[in-house]
Each structure stands twice: as C-alpha cells, then as structure tokens.
Design a protein around this ligand. Structure first.
Ligand SMILES: N[C@@H](CCC(=O)N[C@@H](CS)C(=O)NCC(=O)O)C(=O)O
Length: 210
C-alpha cells in the first residue's frame, strides 16, 4: 500500500552530485515528492530513524512509504520501474544499447576523475568558484572528461537517442570545469548549459542554499 507521496532525502548544502541525480530523475518522472534535507555536518544521517530507512546512513535516500532505498543509481533504477514508461517519462534510454551506455556513464562518473573532483569540488559549482589552475593530475582528468564526452556526444545533443539521466550527470561533471571558468570546447559548453536549463535540472540549480 502506498501512503502519500515519496520523500527524497538530500543534504542541506544541495551540492551533492548523487542527490542531484536522484532529484533530477524524480523531477523527470513528474512524480510529486517532498525534498527533505539533512545536516550531514551535524550528523543527522546517523539518527536511528534515518539509519533504519537508508541502511547506509547516506543520502540520497528515497522513502516511498512502504519501501526505502539509498544509492543514487539504485534510486534511478527503482524510479524507472516504479513509475514506468509510457505512463511516466523515461529516465533511462529505450534501447538495450542506450541503457548500457547510460549505465556506463553513471558508473564511470562515480568512480573516475578523482583529481578533477578534488580540484573542482561540487560546491565550487554552486557556491564560490575555484580559480586556482588545475594541477597536472586534474588537468589529465579534465582532458579525459573532454575526450570521453566528445566521443559520447559526437554531433548529437544527447548521449542516447533521447535525453536520459546520464546527460544530467555528464553535464554536472562538465560544470566542474565550465562553472569555474575552465575552458571547454564550445560544443561541450553549449551542451552543459543546455542541460542546466532543462526544467528538472534548473529546479536543482535554483534550490535555495544556505
Ligand atoms: N554512491 C553513493 C554516494 C552517496 C554519498 O557519498 N553521499 C554522501 C553525501 S554526498 C553522504 O551521505 N555522506 C554522509 C556520510 O557518509 O556520513 C550514491 O551514489 O548515492
């Protein structure tokens, strides 16, 4: 039995790339949900109540009333099956190959480019820019990101035939550079900006932050 609308737990600074993914996916599904933020610095993720819902004491966590799940990719996959197409818009591509590519991008962005993430942390996109030049390791990661993003997109506006959640994630990664004034090839800068204007993404960008 489903009681009420789902809640998505995030963090109060609203700069987590993982919460971003879940927030955008639910927005794309046009599911009405309550966004609840925890103060991670104050340890609110460790309260017994939240721990029992998230299991891992981490955000994002989706509370769907009768079921809770954490981990951004698990939330995306859950949302795709819980609110399926054609009744609800897709967040993963329709084709087998498209879904494989999207999952590749989601997995890759969560496990690679550590030096770039250190040099251009996600808070620099939403709070204060970082203007110090990229160190050698971050430069190498930035070059890799540009190479992979260019290959993924070619001359298209999306990674797969239609928009998918991996486009939002790829734009987030590119914004680590573009948002901090680091040069991007014009086509990638246009892609990142277009993603930033997508309504589900713009809702995140425009959240009130402390
Ligand atoms: N692999 C996870 C990463 C989630 C994650 O690292 N969440 C951080 C916030 S960005 C968190 O909840 N940290 C609190 C803690 O570990 O105590 C995902 O994709 O959701």
């Amino acid at each position: 039995m489903v009681i009420g609308s789902p809640s998505l737990f995030g963090e109060r600074r609203c700069d987590s790339p993982f919460v971003f993914t879940a927030f955008v996916a639910l927005g794309e599904k046009r599911v009405s949900f309550e966004f609840k933020v925890l103060d991670l610095a104050a340890g609110e993720q460790r309260t017994p109540e939240f721990a029992s819902q998230s299991l891992t004491e981490r955000v994002p966590t989706l509370d769907d009333g009768f079921f809770s799940v954490s981990e951004s990719v698990a939330i995306v996959e859950y949302a795709e099956e819980r609110w399926p197409s054609p009744e609800y818009p897709r967040v993963l591509p329709a084709s087998v190959q498209g879904r494989a590519r999207a999952r590749q991008v989601l997995g890759w962005l969560r496990t690679d480019l550590a030096a770039l993430r250190r040099a251009r942390p996600s808070d620099s996109i939403f709070y204060e820019r970082v203007t110090t030049p990229l160190d050698a390791a971050a430069r190498k990661d930035a070059d890799k990101l540009v190479r992979v993003a260019s290959a993924l997109l070619g001359s298209r506006a999306t990674i797969a035939d239609d928009w998918c959640i991996a486009d939002a994630d790829l734009a987030f990664a590119l914004m680590r550079l573009h948002g901090n004034g680091d040069a991007l090839p014009p086509a990638l800068a246009r892609y990142a900006e277009a993603q930033w204007q997508r309504p589900s993404v713009a809702r995140w960008v425009e959240l009130e932050r402390p």
